[in-house]
Design a protein around this ligand. Sequence first.
Ligand code: HAM
Length: 416
Amino acid sequence: MAGQKISAPKGVSEYVPDRSAAFEYVRERLVAPAKSAGYKLIELPIFEDTELFTRGVGESTDVVSKEMYTFEDRGGRSITLRPEGTAGVMRAVIEHGLDRGQLPVKVWYSGQFFRAERPQAGRYRQFYQVGIEAIGLDDPAIDAEVIAIADAGFRSIGLSKYRLEITSLGDLDSRAAHRVDLVKFIQTLTLDEATAARAAINPLRLFDDKREEMQKAMADAPLLINYLSEVSRLQFEQVQKYLDALEIKYVVNPRMVRGLDYYTGTTFEFVHELLGAQSGIGGGGRYDGLMEQLGGQSLSGIGFGLGVDRALLAAEAEGVIASNAFVSDLFIIPLGEVAKVKALTIAAQLRTSGKIIEIAFGDRALKGAMKAADKSGATYVIVLGESEISSGTVELKEMKSGQTLSVKIDSLLEAL
Ligand code: HAM
């Protein structure tokens, strides 16, 4: 119907000015430590073959069984909007043969992900992650480094009210030994059909069941951490030793269950104290069988996904981020046509030096233009009229203090 307003789909996060500046800041900060550690950008499609996720992420997970945006494309293929990034990275690494070169393959990504969850504060149907994956190295030191990179990102935003939880899901032997006892234990419980079905695919899922009666029922369940093989136990100890050396605080939470089925060995989550129910600001871990499961060679991997939306909410809750982080360096107010041309050329020149320059277009009266300059948050403002152009000198006004300084137009760059 013509004229009716259209709203964004339910539950999506979107960022418009001025908050978008804070979002951009948080995202860049989360990416920076990965770049410093030599991770390279990987840019992948937002939709993939559905099978990639059913096989890669696992059918017992909520993500696959209830939350995927799956549709048939015009060629009758089943397509899914990516609910997470790791499976896609694996697919691309195999497809492009990156695993045949230098190992580990280290990549970072940032973008939108999609899960049809019930929307609430901090839980969206389209959300943003910054992630990294390191593929093809078994050294526990890289586990610690991956965790340290995430931690450095959160710290650099100014976050401090969060804790890091870690555990180990062990190797195949560990999980097989544990599974025997866990399945025995689960057989003593009375479960509804859906829960029993989930437990049949992955019994660990039951630890993640948020219902109170299930939490109670699972209180005495055998814990995987007590079944770690010698190798897995030593590796987990090593990871902790490295984290200690890096002075990264953590708590071991043997009941942690990640929402995706591919995890093995070291797994971790960053939990923020001020975010209520949706407190996970990031998480990750090892996924040593995933590549093989997706038709590649048998290489191990580890990585993380950090929630940019939630990191921003956390930063706002901690009061460590200015809501208006965008500031331009100079706001030019031209008076008249000749001045407008001059303003355009000055701005173009200064911008090549990386300065952020805005111009008051639209022939507004001086008073209105000054107001606009004020609102823009510009550091300096100049008024460009006939006399300024003929003398080649402008009054550079610092908005905060109101102080002015006479500056040659040609020396504006130095003055800024
Ligand atoms: P994940 O724990 O499912 O892991 O998601 C990582 C982070 O994304 C969460 O900690 C949370 O901050 C954010 N997130 C997840 N779902 C939502 C949502 N509906 N709304 C807002 N934020 C959300 C993964 O996705 C793995 N691929 C991480 C990984 C990489 N593991 C190994 N490599």
